[in-house]
Design a protein around this ligand. Structure first.
Ligand SMILES: [Zn+2]
Length: 409
């Protein structure tokens, strides 16, 4: 992947490019950013940038090298090297190294990621899932570990970066690089490394020459502290709303209006934006109005009907709905602070957000936001939808005390 294909993150890209250009590469980098910010895409683009031969000017031809060293012949005279293109701020995308990196088939770029046993007693390594990995990255470079584990059929199994995988990493990185100046290990989701990850400490601390560790992670607190402390941190911020909007138009052919609205709700998370786009035709507002009416003045019968309706929707849709409500609550708080005129929202949404301000105070709104976040977390982890929305309906009722000024249409 080239940097230009990675959404937004202009400053991070520039920082990475400068590190390479000025030869300030740390041998262990940890790209850390929340879901949907693009840590994996950035890691892939970075690895490709490092190996791109147009950039480095180091055009090794693997054939000549392999045959000569095999018979112990003297090192061949180096090919007249092209001058390194030090001004390049992106990989060329067309040299043989880029070509292989793009297909995740470069022999010097290795990958580690959580996997599951294929059958019980199996000791899986990442290489066992190389084909699936290439397909997943090609289709969902902004996916999260949940998406990946579902993709390889984990269902309720926990993924893991296993002890055998660590041994495999040590073995791979002890080899001489094949084609590139550098050997690179891209580890996605080091959060899945248990204690066995400590096997890698020595390697991370004193790696063989020209070895780079590139870790791409989402949750700092779930990474082994021993690993964390040995890596140079590259912080990846949430995406800008405008960058998401543009990407939805360019990559998913979303209509401008839909793209704007979706990007607004996605809150810097491109994965979320794509999920929302799939449900862009859904009428979240009607659903929300019905819920509020049922919870606050409809009584048990109306509540049960609404809960049964939403329980029938898929998990993804339930989550989108919770997220939409959260988005409106956040907008309503912003309206309080900045004034309605300065908030850019479709009229209907703005009107709804203003009504929310009439029925709930800021602290009530904040409590609701927390509850909705928690609920989304449990929905993702297979909670029973009926029980969850039932409990949430009761909470909603208790949180919002002033029911007099209720939303009516
Ligand atoms: Zn290239």
């Amino acid at each position: 992947m080239q940097f230009e294909k990675v959404i937004g993150q202009k400053e991070v890209k520039q920082h990475l490019v400068e590190m390479v250009q000025q030869n300030r590469l740390s041998h262990a980098l940890l790209f850390l950013g929340k879901e949907g910010s693009g840590v994996l895409s950035l890691a892939l683009a970075f690895a490709q940038f490092v190996t791109c031969t147009t950039r480095s000017g180091k055009n090794n031809t693997p054939k000549a090298e392999a045959s000569l060293s095999m018979f112990g012949d003297p090192e061949p005279a180096p090919e007249p090297a092209a001058a390194p293109a030090t001004h390049l701020t992106d990989s060329c995308g067309t040299c043989p190294a880029c070509f292989k990196a793009q297909k995740l088939m470069h022999p010097d770029i290795h990958f580690s990621y959580p996997v599951i046993p294929k059958k019980s007693g199996d000791k899986p390594t990442s290489s066992d899932y190389a084909t699936e990995w290439r397909e997943f990255v090609a289709n969902s470079p902004y996916g999260n570990s949940f998406d990946w584990l579902q993709f390889i059929g984990a269902e309720n199994k926990q993924g893991n970066i296993t002890s055998d995988e660590c041994n495999d990493i040590i073995r791979k990185l002890s080899l001489k690089s094949f084609e590139s100046e550098y050997k690179i290990l891209v580890m996605w989701m080091p959060e899945y490394l248990g204690k066995e990850g400590n096997k890698l400490l020595k390697l991370i601390e004193e790696p063989p020459p020209n070895t780079l560790f590139v870790l791409a992670a989402e949750n700092e607190e779930q990474i082994l502290p021993t690993i964390l402390s040995r890596c140079q941190l590259v912080k990846v911020p949430l995406l800008e709303t405008a960058d998401i909007e543009q990407a939805l138009i360019e990559k998913s052919n979303a209509p401008a209006q839909t793209a704007r609205q979706t990007a607004g709700i996605a809150e810097g998370n491109y994965r979320e934006a794509l999920q929302l786009l799939q449900h862009a035709g859904d009428d979240w507002q009607t659903m929300l109005r019905e819920w509020l009416n049922a919870a606050l003045k409809g009584g048990p019968q109306a509540q049960v009907k609404w809960i049964e309706d939403i329980a029938k929707q898929g998990r993804e849709k339930q989550k989108q709905f919770l997220r939409y409500f959260n988005h409106l609550l956040e907008q309503s708080i912003r309206i309080r602070v900045m004034g309605a005129d300065r908030i850019l929202l479709p009229d209907q949404e703005k009107d709804f957000a203003q009504r929310l301000n009439k029925i709930a105070s800021v602290s009530q709104q904040q409590t609701l936001i927390e509850e909705l976040d928690k609920a989304a977390y449990y929905v993702e982890r297979n909670a029973n939808a009926k029980m969850l929305f039932h409990a949430l309906t009761i909470k909603l009722y208790h949180i919002i005390q002033d029911k007099a000024l209720f939303l009516t249409e």
